[in-house]
Design a protein around this ligand. Structure first.
Ligand SMILES: [Zn+2]
Length: 271
């Protein structure tokens, strides 16, 4: 009975408010930042927080073929880690809604890149203040030739790593538009990791000599701390819709995944 009266009173109030010219806020209000994120690597991992011992790899019909050249051993100890924070103009918030006010709930993807130039020149670029939207670029992390991990953008923030982009997931295309001036992109739910390019790749050719064992080991170590399944680890080339991104060129996915599945934290995430 009381509930009915409350309903009548509230309904009457709404009629009065609308009569006074008040109307409900449109769905496309200011974008709401995501309150927090889980399942992405922290900015830095201490030596005490070492991952669990490696699972013994067993040969069997479920293991996919790994050539002896690819049989690298995953590392348990954290690689060298360096904080190299980007200027705040080069990253932003992850949002809980798109520009139309629709709630977005994409699971995270990892997007792999390469620097094309040296790691140092990329880090310098990210440290530079960029007031114009079109100049703002960043990755969350960068992995140098010696395996050093540089943390650039906090994982809970949005790095500007892929412009016009779509992830073709098992449940269909995923992309989010949060800026009316730009095409939709994967940045809202992407964790961007870049590999330093070898010097014979500082050009526009289609291939180069590839990445070091230390880079693959550090990349696997980093991704082993996430809850991102193998099926959501992708490349800039695969998500790009501008038609001119080929990175990371000469990347060996089999090497990465054979390292990654040595971590017990990854069991159940290889689908
Ligand atoms: Zn890229």
């Amino acid at each position: 009975m009381a509930r009915r009266w409350i309903g009548i009173v509230l309904g009457g109030l709404l009629v009065v408010l609308i009569g006074l010219g008040w109307e409900p806020a449109p769905a496309a209000g200011p974008l709401v930042p995501l309150p927090r994120v889980t399942g992405l690597p922290p900015m830095q991992t201490t030596a005490e927080a070492v991952l669990q011992p490696l699972k013994v790899m067993q040969a069997g019909p479920t293991d996919f073929a790994v050539s002896s050249a690819d049989r690298l051993l995953a590392q348990t100890a954290p690689p060298r880690q360096v904080m190299a924070m980007a200027d705040p103009s080069n990253y932003g918030d992850r949002f809980a809604t798109d520009i139309n006010g629709r709630v977005v709930r994409n699971d995270f993807i990892a997007v792999l890149h390469e620097t094309v130039g040296s790691a140092q020149s990329a880090l310098n670029l990210f440290r530079t203040h960029h007031p114009r939207d079109q100049d703002q670029v960043s990755y969350h992390t960068l992995i140098g030739r010696d395996g050093t991990i540089y943390y650039i953008v906090p994982p809970e923030k949005r790095a500007f790593g892929a412009g016009n982009s779509v992830f073709n997931g098992p449940s269909g295309p995923e992309t989010v538009r949060t800026n009316p001036a730009f095409p939709p992109s994967v940045n809202n739910f992407a964790y961007h990791v870049s590999l330093e390019t070898p010097s014979d790749g500082f050009n526009n050719r289609r291939s180069h000599s590839g990445y070091t064992p230390a880079q693959y080991a550090s990349l696997a170590w980093l991704l082993a701390q996430t809850t991102i399944p193998d099926s959501r680890i992708t490349t800039h080339q695969a998500v790009d819709r501008s038609g001119n991104r080929l990175d990371p060129r000469s990347f060996n996915g089999q090497t990465l995944f054979s390292l990654l599945r040595q971590y017990p934290t990854r069991s159940g995430l290889s689908g």
